[in-house]
Structures are given as C-alpha cells and as structure tokens.
Design a protein around this ligand. Structure first.
Ligand SMILES: *[C@@H]1O[C@H](CO)[C@@H](O)[C@H](O)[C@H]1NC(C)=O
Length: 136
C-alpha cells in the first residue's frame, strides 16, 4: 500500500515534468508576410534567423509567405527579413523578436505589406496595427 503510493507519486512527478517540457516545445508560432501592394507588384523577401535561412522568395501580389517555428527556451528567438520592390528597394525588419512579440504574437505573427506601409497583426487584440510608413 505504502510502496504503491510511492510509485504512483513518482509517476505523477514524471508526468508533470513531461507535460511541462511538451508545453515549452509545442509553443509554435506561425509567421507570415502578405503582399497587398496591388497592381501586380511582386515582393522579393529574404527571412532568416541565426540557425535558419528561409531563402530568397518571390511573393506575388495577393500571396503570402509563411513559416512555423518554436521559440527557444532562452527567449532569444529572432527572425529578420529583407524585402524590396520597385518603390521600396530595400527594407529590413524583424518578423519575430521574442522580446517584442512574445505576448503580441503568441501563436501568429502576421504582417501585411501595403502601398502606404506595413501593418502587423496584434494577436492579443485581433487588430491590424500600422507598423511602418515607407519613407519616400
Ligand atoms: C511576378 O512574379 C511572377 C512569377 O512568380 C512573374 O511571372 C511576373 O512576371 C512577376 N511580375 C512582375 C510585375 O514582375
């Protein structure tokens, strides 16, 4: 009786530890960058992190490029992108920065590229927020 209670207690601790680890690692975020420039304008987009290079992408008008990732346990996850098209040949931005986005983009970090500037989806409020104005 006493021994089985002890075994049950150990098993419970192991289950708790496993579920804690799973909850850390299943913290997946989907990032996406949507082209809403109009007029059939393509964007060239190149996003990367310290460990992953997502390659140079051609994102057509009305399309999007997205990827999934897990935030690391050190809270240093960072994906940065360079993009451009005829009006804005070079623009650098952070698609996901843990310090800035861990609450705002809990599961989804979406960006919308429009003619006037860029909008970011605030996952907490569900609103698109104006993030950058293209300087011309
Ligand atoms: C946009 O990219 C597509 C290929 O994905 C290409 O066929 C098209 O000509 C490009 N449009 C412009 C305006 O460069």
């Amino acid at each position: 009786m006493h021994a089985s209670a002890l075994i049950f207690g150990n098993a419970l601790v192991i289950v708790l530890i496993l579920s804690f680890c799973t909850s850390v690692h299943s913290d997946d975020v989907h990032a996406s960058i949507k082209n809403r420039l109009g007029n059939g304008k393509n964007i060239t987009l190149h996003c990367q992190s310290k460990d992953d290079d997502l390659g140079e992408q051609n994102v057509g008008d009305g399309s999007e490029f997205g990827w999934d990732f897990s935030v690391n346990v050190w809270g240093s996850t960072l994906f940065y992108c360079d993009m451009g098209w005829d009006d804005v040949p070079q623009f650098h931005f952070d698609a996901y920065s843990f310090d800035r986005d861990f609450a705002r983009c809990d599961t989804q970090c979406s960006w919308l590229v429009a003619g006037e500037g860029m909008y970011g989806l605030n996952g907490q409020t569900g609103f698109w927020e104006f993030a950058y104005h293209w300087s011309s």
